[in-house]
Design a protein around this ligand. Structure first.
Ligand SMILES: Cc1cc2nc3c(=O)[nH]c(=O)nc-3n(C[C@H](O)[C@H](O)[C@H](O)COP(=O)(O)OP(=O)(O)OC[C@H]3O[C@@H](n4cnc5c(N)ncnc54)[C@H](O)[C@@H]3O)c2cc1C
Length: 245
């Protein structure tokens, strides 16, 4: 467990037009153990010298102990993201406490991951860990974004799908633009997608992270298909937990 460690930003990577990965160097002795899917309480200093604290999922694999990655989406008017996107530089000091969270990969069970937008981050940690494992159980990713330019980690996910035989993944865009050259799925994830793709997957653990409406709709669809509610795990970034009753 990191107890409010002061760490340095080692690298800033532009992922998409409005997301960046902040790679943070580990303290001397390496990064303490964490589980794929967990998050840190992360602090950045604003222009007045006050620390702003927000939660961010760890996107890198727990097997990487030299640094951890946080992939963060810019929010207009946001306090922490304002500092991170406008002022943060390599070498800046940040603080991290944790890891925290129960949204954790169960390595022993086959999985369906459902992500919307930046909700891919904890799932990316799980997938990176999963893809480095020997004989991992089957995994299926459903990843939805508005436009093509919003897809985070696209090249890495395509590469993973090409290399890992038991990894199946499906992208969908909800707002395809003329220039997107998109031959893939279009529209929101809903019951029809679950019935079409996940028919024979009722033995799986479901991991949901994205907009609350998407998590509620997908959660209900999986329950209607026969998945036990105890096999559905959710992470809500905005503090509103989904209910699928
Ligand atoms: C467990 C967990 C994991 C998370 N992981 C990630 C992650 O991996 N990546 C990621 O990008 N985010 C993640 N988040 C979300 C993150 O913690 C922050 O909530 C997010 O980055 C916004 O922080 P902020 O300080 O920039 O925005 P805030 O200042 O908190 O503002 C949030 C929103 O409110 C709006 N707002 C602010 N002030 C006002 C106002 N006065 N009136 C009206 N609207 C206003 C802002 O424009 C913004 O849209 C996670 C959250 C949780 C709980």
């Amino acid at each position: 467990m990191l107890r409010r460690a002061e760490l340095q930003i080692a690298e800033i990577i532009q992922e998409t037009h409005d997301t960046k990965t902040f790679r943070v160097g580990a303290p001397p002795g390496g990064l303490p153990e964490f589980k794929p899917g967990q998050f840190y309480a992360f602090e950045v200093k604003n222009a007045d010298g006050a620390w702003i604290r927000r939660s961010y999922s760890i996107a890198s694999s727990p097997r990487e102990t030299r640094f951890f990655d946080l992939t963060i989406k810019f929010l207009e008017g946001g306090a922490a993201t304002g500092v991170l996107f406008k002022n943060a530089r390599t070498g800046d000091t940040v603080r991290a406490t944790g890891p925290f969270g129960e949204f954790i990969l169960d390595e022993s069970r086959p999985a369906i991951f459902v992500a919307g937008g930046v909700g891919i981050t904890p799932i990316m940690s799980m997938l990176r860990y999963w893809s480095e494992s020997v004989n991992p159980p089957n995994a299926c990713l459903l990843y939805s974004n508005r436009e093509r330019r919003d897809i985070i980690y696209e090249a890495e996910l395509r590469d993973m799908a090409a290399k890992c035989r038991n990894f199946e993944f499906h992208y969908s865009l909800t707002r395809v633009k003329d220039g997107d050259r998109w031959g893939g799925r279009v529209g929101r994830f809903d019951a029809s997608v679950v019935n079409e793709i996940c028919q024979n997957m009722t033995d799986r653990i479901i991991y949901l992270c994205g907009p609350v409406a998407m998590m509620e709709e997908m959660g209900r669809s999986f329950i209607d298909m026969g998945v036990k509610s105890t096999d559905i795990r959710v992470e809500a970034f905005l503090g509103t937990n989904p209910t699928f009753g």
